[in-house]
Design a protein around this ligand. Structure first.
Ligand SMILES: Cc1cc2nc3c(=O)[nH]c(=O)nc-3n(C[C@H](O)[C@H](O)[C@H](O)COP(=O)(O)OP(=O)(O)OC[C@H]3O[C@@H](n4cnc5c(N)ncnc54)[C@H](O)[C@@H]3O)c2cc1C
Length: 286
């Protein structure tokens, strides 16, 4: 029975032999006549989480926390736990993930297998640098490994090809609160962008820019920020888009119109919640 499973880009659309949930990390690998590939939350843009004609081992059910040392900031959890679930546990206790991508709906296993980067790449490198240990479930059994070992090096950014990560131990970073002090700086040209980027990377933990690709000069808006004190405001209900926009909705005219409005942002400094700063697209479901 083909399982309709997609990546975030929804392309290519591939047929799978089966999608098998991994419920217990102590179970051996599923028996399948075709190849096996782990599947986290399917937030990959491309097809690296798909396995045409083969079996996907889905990890949403591997969702348990195993241990947390609140004095050292060391957390061990199963590989299907999402980064959002981890943040909900650790931020009120003064800790944060060392690296987060642009969405919180990413599993720990997927974050390791794609060795994701964040807005602080210039400071702390990729997610894999902060993994202290992990366990792999392979067709020849279970094996634990850590930094410095060849199997670990092959698994970080290994796209799930060295086995299924069952759990991982992460080194967290201490933060003063759940807020981010963010400076917004509009720029008019690429030269201005590079000057702001150089200065900002030296002074700020997080840097990210939006650029209007229709503008010849290279106008855009630069955001730079650091962790700040304060508690998060309660989450609002997410807006949901339960249908697909017709493709004609995204055309040069609508994009130019959006860009013209977005480029009106003024220079400002604000203290905002961490979630909308890091995960703006998570505000819209579907
Ligand atoms: C809105 C948005 C913003 C994003 N922003 C960024 C960003 O800023 N930086 C960045 O680097 N990425 C970013 N991404 C991409 C995303 O972080 C990665 O694709 C991530 O790997 C997705 O994790 P996942 O749990 O959905 O894994 P999947 O997409 O399901 O799988 C990704 C890979 O990991 C493997 N895998 C999954 N689980 C396991 C496991 N337990 N054991 C072994 N292998 C496993 C899969 O086989 C596959 O090869 C973004 C994605 C979206 C949708």
């Amino acid at each position: 029975m083909p399982a309709p499973i997609e990546s975030w880009g929804r392309y290519p659309v591939l047929q799978h032999l089966a999608a098998r949930p991994v419920v217990w990390r102590s179970d051996p690998l599923a028996v399948s006549p075709a190849s096996l590939l782990p599947f986290g939350r399917g937030r990959s843009y491309g097809d690296c989480c798909l396995n045409e004609g083969g079996t996907l081992l889905t990890t949403r059910t591997l969702d348990r926390f195993i241990s947390f040392d609140p004095s050292a900031g060391v957390l061990r959890c199963e590989a299907g736990v999402s980064l959002g679930d981890i943040l909900a546990l650790i931020v009120p206790r003064g800790w944060f993930l060392p690296v987060v991508p642009g969405t919180s709906y990413v599993s720990v296993g997927g974050a390791i297998a794609n060795d994701i980067h964040g807005k602080n790449h210039h400071r702390v490198g990729t997610f894999g640098r902060h993994v202290r240990r992990l366990e792999l479930l392979r067709s020849d059994g279970r094996v634990e490994c850590g930094p410095g070992e060849p199997l670990f090096a092959a698994t970080v950014a290994g796209l799930g090809l060295t086995g299924l990560i069952t759990w991982a131990e992460l080194q967290l970073r201490a933060v003063p609160g759940a807020r981010i002090k963010v400076e917004t700086i509009p720029f008019g040209t690429l030269t201005e962008f590079f000057a702001i980027a150089d200065e900002s990377d030296a002074r700020f933990e997080y840097t990210v820019a939006w650029m209007d690709c229709f503008s010849r000069a290279g106008r855009g808006v630069f955001f730079r920020g650091d962790h700040a004190e304060g508690t998060a405001t309660p989450a609002v209900t997410r807006l949901s888009v339960p249908f697909e926009f017709p493709s004609m909705a995204l055309n040069p005219l609508t994009v130019r119109a959006f860009n013209a409005v977005y480029a009106l942002k003024r220079r400002s400094t604000r203290v905002v919640d961490a979630n909308p700063f890091f995960f703006p697209l998570d505000a819209v479901a579907g």
